[in-house]
Design a protein around this ligand. Sequence first.
Ligand code: COA
Ligand code: HC5
Length: 629
Amino acid sequence: MWGILARTAVKSRMVKPCGLVRPVLATRIPGRYLAHQEGLPGLPIPPLQQTCERYLAVLEPIMETEELGHTRELVAEFQKPGGIGEKLQDGLKKRASKTENWLSAWWVQTAYLDYRLPVVVHSSPGLVLPRVEFSGWQGQIRHAAKTIAGVLDFKTMIDNETLPVEHLGGKPLCMNQYYQVLSSCRIPGLKRDSVVNYAKGTVPSTHITVVHNCQFFAMDVYNSDRTPLTVEQLYVQLEKIWNSSLETDGEPVGILTSEHRDTWGKAYMNLIKDRTNRDSVQAIQKSIFVVCLDAAMPRVSDEMSSAAAQMLHGGGSRLNSGNRWFDKTLQFIISEDGTCGLIYEHAPAEGPPIVALIDHVIEYVKKSEIVDLPTEPLPVPPKLRFEITPQITKDIEEAKKNLNIMVDDLDLRVMVFDHFGKSIPKAFKMSPDAFIQVGLQLAYYRLHQKCCSTYESASLRAFKLGRTDTIRSASVDSANFTKAFDNPGMQNTEKVALMENAIKAHRSYTDMAIRGQAIDRHLLGLKLQATEDQVHLPEIFKDRAYATAMHYKISTSQVPAKTDCVMCFGPVVPDGYAVCYNPMENHINFAMSSFNGCGETDTARMAKAIEKALTDMRKLLETTPKSKL
Ligand code: COA
Ligand code: HC5
């Protein structure tokens, strides 16, 4: 059945974007989507012994040998027959029998809603699109109109349940995340946040939020006959918004959303006490998505890194950071100078559905032309007003100060690695992702003379409501390779053999992770089960090894896209690096970051080290005669 759906989707994409045949906003009747979802397997719970064994194995390269003895004892105690581990495992099994996915709700709470650092830099990823040549502000809003139309076209596929099902490793994937990204928003709480989704109701949202010069507008994007506005209509509406917000006036209320979550939770309660403010905030929360019409960033030599910063945090309170509502799941950013991209709030979804949407929008925009047709006059999009009290002004000033500190502390760089792309590792019959990850290990080892706990996202979407697990890229095999690589006493043939082992080990960890057999989410589940059962936290979770294992000094993610885009996010620990990459056939787009406040890390050095590691690895393969391998 999904084959038919996939074909329908292709057909609907071929409809001339600005043509007269237009889809109609559907009130979703669950059907095809649910049928697909029902066929997906549930997330397994790995065997306890397996996780314990694998946990000890992943500690080897990142811990001193003498410390491991103690950890081994704790693990043995934890997993002994009739012990606490077994009890918690039984609890997990019970949970799995009562839920669609034993992990997902816990994961969203732990990784996002209970996580109190600002979503900016610490959680929300950014994405930079290839630069677009505009001429003037008309060009900017023309491009914005096409982008909005492209997103609405994708939304039609979501609403009609005609999205082609994605696959990974030959398995169909859970499509639920596609239903979470539009018409949704994070809401700050005093201790824990929540996410609201207005796509599910019987009265779906029909407006988007447009923000220009830090002023918010609610813009209807459907006609009364439920057809989406055409590109021409969208252009006319955006022009009205543009003309009524030529200057920044009043306070940049949106900057409050960049605060520490507890602080924002408190400020939010105060903000929405006022009726006007509450209505405006609700209009933003309910909107399908946000479009940020940004001012140009100052010209710098490293345009790509500046664009990444614009997407990730807006550049600070004097630049575009106030032109955002960071709680909103999807914000498309279109800047006066042709820089385009997006930022998304991570709680509802992973990168791949966002990237699929972007790939669609990019194709749509390419084909889309504005035809100068007379259109029915539409009402002026209302401005969302805010009543600013002295307390709100104070909160905004504090938010500006904190955001600027955060912006100054982030050392973010884009590197287009143009020596080669996926095709080279493939030619050597190696997994490109594993090749890159082993390269990252080599780069880090060369800079720090040790290995560190390293995170790579693995998709769990082969399971119903699956999110992610962790591929631990630092392995015994990667450590053997990185330690040997610069050893002049070692033969190249030996080094190649070690490289092959490291790459194979990474690929096999990946396979294990996407089959739901990795250790990180299982350990998290056992830990949360202990809290749920109100039993003492088992010793293995209080151990130094556990803290070291969870302290990811390298946090990475691969998000492949058809579009030549760059994706970025911040480090997850104060003394760590973030590395996001999009491997294309002949080049790899990297975005890397670390904190300026940390003396140990340096993004520029890391970028150089990654470039050298990858080129050195290729050179080694090319200069070591095959017969000797
Ligand atoms: N020889 C030749 N080619 C090989 C190969 C080998 N030994 N191993 C892999 N390849 C090929 C693959 O067939 C694939 O081909 P394609 O380009 O035609 O698709 C390509 O190389 C890429 O494979 P690989 O580099 O091994 O990675 P992958 O596509 O399997 O992805 C993960 C690995 C971990 C990224 C993936 O499993 C995953 O989980 N993705 C989702 C991650 C995610 O959610 N990130 C965002 C979090 S917000
Ligand atoms: C547009 C690219 C976004 C990538 C975001 C991503 O990889 O997020 C990871 C999600 C997860 O569950 O692994 C988290 N990480 C940024 C910390 C790697």
